[in-house]
Design a protein around this ligand. Structure first.
Ligand SMILES: C[S@@+](CC[C@H](N)C(=O)[O-])C[C@H]1O[C@@H](n2cnc3c(N)ncnc32)[C@H](O)[C@@H]1O
Length: 259
C-alpha cells in the first residue's frame, strides 16, 4: 500500500468525526437495509465508521454483521466495540474487484474516497452492483484558519496538490472527490444526497489541530523545506499554544441509493 495511516491519527480524529458527520444520512442508509444487514466497511482502519453506525443501528434495534476491509492488518487488529465482524485484509488499489461483496447488503466508508481516482471509483461502483453506499467525511475543500496568515494561500495550493497525488489508485480525486463521486454515482443510476460535514476545530481539539499543522506543513514541504512554510508552522503552533486559533476542515458525506 502506498498510503498508510497511524492508529494514533485515527484515534485523534474519531471523536471529531462523530460530531461532524451527518446523522440524517447515516439513518437514511440504515433505513434502506434489511433488519439485520451485513455491511461492508471499506478502508475500515480501526473501525471508527463501523462503531458510529453500530451505535445508531443498536438504538434502532438492528444487529449488524460487519465485514471490515483494509490493507493494514495492524489497524484491523485494533478494532474494538463491534459485537459481530469478519475481516478481509486486502490491498484493493489495483483492482476493486478483490473486495468481497458476497452477501453484503450495503457498503460504507469514511475518510477514504479522496484517496482514489475517478476511474478507480467508477470500477468500484460497478463492483458493488447497485448496493446502497454511505461515504462519510470525504475531504472537500481547503482549510479556513482564524486568524488568517499571509502564507495560508500558498499552503492551501500545496496541500490541494498533495491531496491529488497518486496513492496507488491513480491520480487521486483529492479535494474534488465529492463532486467526482456524485457524477459517477449519478451515471450509474444512483440517487445521491449530500451534506456538508466540516470539522470545526479550536483549542479544545489541540492535539488534532497540532497534528493538522504538522501534516499540512509536511505536505507543503514535500519537495523541500521552505523558510516561509517553517515560519507558518511556528506561527500556527504559537497560536495554538496561546489558545488563539480556529480551523475549519471541509468534508462532505454522500448517501447513494439505487432505486
Ligand atoms: C484515512 S484512513 C480511514 C480509516 C477509517 N475509515 C476511519 O474513518 O477512521 C484510510 C484507510 O484506508 C486504508 N487504505 C488506504 N489505501 C488502501 C489500499 N490500497 N488498500 C486497502 N486499504 C487501504 C488505510 O489502511 C486506512 O485504514
Amino acid at each position: 500500500m502506498t498510503e498508510t495511516f497511524k492508529s494514533k491519527w485515527l484515534a485523534l480524529r474519531e471523536p471529531v468525526d462523530i460530531v461532524s458527520r451527518s446523522p440524517a444520512l447515516a439513518d437514511a442508509f440504515l433505513d434502506c437495509l434489511p433488519a439485520n444487514p451485513r455491511i461492508l466497511d471499506l478502508g475500515a482502519g480501526t473501525g471508527s465508521n463501523a462503531r458510529y453506525l453500530q451505535t445508531r443501528a443498536a438504538a434502532r434495534g438492528m444487529t449488524i454483521d460487519w465485514l471490515l476491509v483494509d490493507g493494514d492488518v495492524t489497524l484491523l487488529d485494533r478494532v474494538v466495540g463491534l459485537p459481530r465482524f469478519d475481516r478481509q485484509v486486502a490491498d484493493f488499489a489495483a483492482d476493486p474487484g478483490v473486495i468481497d461483496v458476497s452477501g453484503v447488503d450495503g457498503v460504507a466508508a469514511s475518510a477514504l474516497f479522496d484517496l482514489v481516482s475517478e476511474g478507480w471509483f467508477a470500477k468500484f461502483v460497478a463492483h458493488i452492483a447497485g448496493r446502497p453506499l454511505l461515504a462519510a467525511l470525504t475531504a472537500d475543500g481547503g482549510h479556513r484558519w482564524d486568524p488568517e496568515d499571509p502564507v495560508d494561500t500558498y499552503i492551501d495550493v500545496q496541500f490541494a496538490a498533495d491531496m491529488s497525488r497518486d496513492k496507488g489508485f491513480g491520480p487521486a480525486m483529492g479535494l474534488v472527490a465529492a463532486t467526482g463521486m456524485a457524477s459517477v454515482l449519478d451515471a450509474a443510476g444512483y440517487a445521491v444526497q449530500g451534506a456538508d460535514t466540516p470539522w470545526l476545530l479550536g483549542c479544545a481539539n489541540a492535539a488534532l489541530v497540532a497534528a493538522m499543522i504538522g501534516g499540512i506543513a509536511d505536505a507543503a514541504n514535500r519537495h523541500g523545506e521552505r523558510a516561509d512554510v517553517t515560519g507558518w508552522r511556528h506561527r500556527r503552533n504559537a497560536g495554538l499554544t496561546a489558545e488563539n486559533l480556529h480551523l475549519t476542515v471541509g468534508h462532505r458525506d454522500l448517501l447513494a441509493i439505487r432505486g
